[in-house]
Design a binder for this molecule. Structure first.
Ligand code: P6P
Length: 337
């Protein structure tokens, strides 16, 4: 039986491709893997112990915090600090950035933007949830406290991006700008093993993902695109398939493997879109592009957007190249976007 390559082996092999690499980045990724295993353990026993349900607190978004949200945030914060390679974190769960510049982290050169447990309102009904992360080099001088500008970098400056999907199996998917690789957690080994090398998303597909409950408020171009998807395809004589689970990582991951487009337009409740640029849209966009797809907002290519605030929301369209281009075509024609 062929030996599986573990995440740590892969990280070390990949480090060899970067002559200037010092191992700092590899160490950071290793600790992200440890935090992912810790969160996986708690997500998997949710329902059996008192880790389910509301924490009784609200996060900075004014959203009811689930106990697992709090656990996941603490687990990733703890491991990122323990790595000694991270000098600051912007998290969906925290109003302000957290900086580390003492002791081990004194010479850390990376910052992390993360959504520690995206889609957590789905946990109580056993729907897949995910962690999303993005890694940048700090811009401010090493040795000093990280500053806000370290976190407000364009997505095109990202060093790495990834997500963990806690689903029927737990997978860690990431890119360092040289393609996308997926690792499935083998519980018997306690290791993430390479299961999806060099993921490429199909150029097109038949899955569209959007919360059609907001249909009335969508831009006309999106309403027209949805109608286009519902018409029978000339070749297959079948319409597209609508798949939307309300968990970004799960919806995106399915579409990346099968071919599809994910859309979160402007709506009544969220005139600038609901999803966050820094720790949801940018990392997913980096992965989408590295897998051969596209990701844009009504303001332009996601990775080109200049963030103005750490919890900034943007409209978001990502997935198969040809499908995203078709969405852009409809928005351009009907909404001049
Ligand atoms: P809606 C989960 O709350 C989330 O942030 C994403 O994971 C998901 O894609 C989106 O919101 C779902 O939003 O408005 O359709 O429930």
């Amino acid at each position: 039986m062929e030996k599986s390559i573990t995440l740590n082996e892969f990280i070390i092999h990949q480090q060899a491709e970067f002559p200037e690499a010092t191992g700092n980045f590899s160490c950071l990724l290793h600790h992200i893997g440890i935090a992912a295993k810790k969160v996986n353990r708690e997500v998997n026993k949710a329902g059996l112990v008192d880790i389910l349900g509301r924490s009784g607190c609200e996060n900075v978004q004014g959203e009811e915090q689930q106990k697992l949200d709090v656990y996941a945030n603490e687990a990733f914060m703890e491991e990122l600090q323990a790595s000694g390679e991270c000098c600051g974190i912007a998290s969906e769960e925290n109003e302000d950035v957290t900086t580390f510049h003492e002791g081990l982290c004194r010479n850390a050169k990376y910052i992390v933007c993360m959504d520690p447990l995206d889609g957590s309102s789905n946990i109580d009904v056993n729907v897949s949830v995910g962690t999303i992360f993005s890694i940048y080099r700090r811009k401010s001088p090493i040795g000093e406290a990280a500053v806000l500008d370290d976190f407000l970098q364009k997505g095109s400056e990202m060093v790495a991006a990834g997500y963990i999907i806690y689903g029927s199996s737990t997978m860690l998917v990431y890119t360092v700008g040289r393609g996308v690789n997926g690792f499935t957690l083998d519980p018997s080994l306690g290791e993430f093993c390479l299961s999806h090398p060099n993921i490429k998303t199909p150029a097109s597909g038949k899955i569209y993902s959007i919360n059609e409950g907001n249909y009335e408020k969508f831009p006309v171009g999106i309403k027209k695109y949805i109608k286009y998807c519902q018409e029978k395809d000339a070749k297959t004589n079948r319409p597209y398939t609508s798949r939307y689970i309300g968990s970004l990582v799960a919806d995106f991951h399915r579409n990346m493997l099968k071919g599809g487009v994910f859309m979160y337009p402007s709506t009544d409740n969220h005139p600038n879109g609901k999803l966050r640029l820094l720790y949801e849209c940018n990392p997913i966009a980096f992965i989408a592009e590295q897998a051969g797809g596209l990701a844009f907002s009504e303001e332009g290519r996601i990775l080109d957007l200049q963030p103005e605030a750490i919890h900034q929301r943007v409209t978001f369209y990502a997935g198969a190249h040809d499908m995203v281009m078709k969405v852009k075509e409809f928005l351009n024609f009907f909404n001049n976007i």
